[in-house]
Write a protein of this length. Structure first.
Length: 216
């Protein structure tokens, strides 16, 4: 059944490789810092660190969760270290994104496995900080990350407990959308991947408006 756009109350956005183009180098820089963190703290080679990062990400949703499971590390130190990159040199203001967000009149919330500080820097670089109602980051989730179902329940609670069927979520990872869809959210996958397990597939954030303002 088609639903009018005013049926929806809340739109959740991932941030990295969702609000900005995948090929701009941000995630590559963060991945490099993760590898260096593990090389230093775990006393392993860079090749071993890269392999472990990928393994933990696949298994736990984030490298941080894997490290917290098997090692004693300071999560705050980790987040500060891996997000200490030159974002301002990689992300520019996006007038197109700003117009899209301004047209969406219901609540807009960042829902990210990254830190609040990182999310704030990205939003500032994109010049859209003032257009979001809230940031739900990994710290506010007590390090329970997507795609764990508990993360979505917590995000809903922190957003005023809206009916999931009246929520949308945009993410670049299929695995992060499947739990949201199971709760009844309308799911939008962004990027080159395609999946029958989500409601909409878009390539870039500029295509978002036609999906949001189209029938479900």
């Amino acid at each position: 059944m088609a639903r009018a756009v005013n049926f929806y109350q809340t739109l959740f956005f991932d941030i990295d490789e969702t609000l900005y183009p995948k090929n701009n180098g941000v995630w590559r820089a963060i991945s490099k810092k993760i590898d260096l963190f593990m090389v230093d703290r775990l006393q392993i080679s860079e090749d071993e660190a890269q392999s472990l990062r990928q393994q933990y990400s696949r298994t736990f949703g984030t490298t941080l969760q894997g490290l917290r499971t098997f090692y004693t590390i300071d999560a705050e130190e980790y987040l500060d270290y891996v997000h200490d990159i030159r974002i301002e040199e990689l992300i520019s203001p996006s007038p197109e994104l700003r117009l899209i967000l301004q047209a969406i009149k219901f609540k807009k919330i960042i829902f990210t496995n990254a830190s609040r500080a990182h999310a704030e820097r990205v939003l500032m670089c994109l010049d859209v900080s003032d257009l979001f109602d809230r940031i739900i980051d990994i710290q506010s989730l007590n390090y329970v990350n997507k795609p764990l179902p508990e993360a979505y329940q917590c995000a809903l609670e922190r957003s005023g407990s809206p009916d999931p069927s009246r929520c949308m979520i945009v993410d670049d990872q299929i695995r992060n959308l499947i739990p949201a869809k199971a709760l009844g959210m309308r799911t939008i996958l962004i990027g080159d991947s395609r999946s029958k397990f989500v409601d909409h597939n878009i390539t870039t954030i500029e295509e978002l408006s036609e999906r949001i303002f189209s029938p479900a």
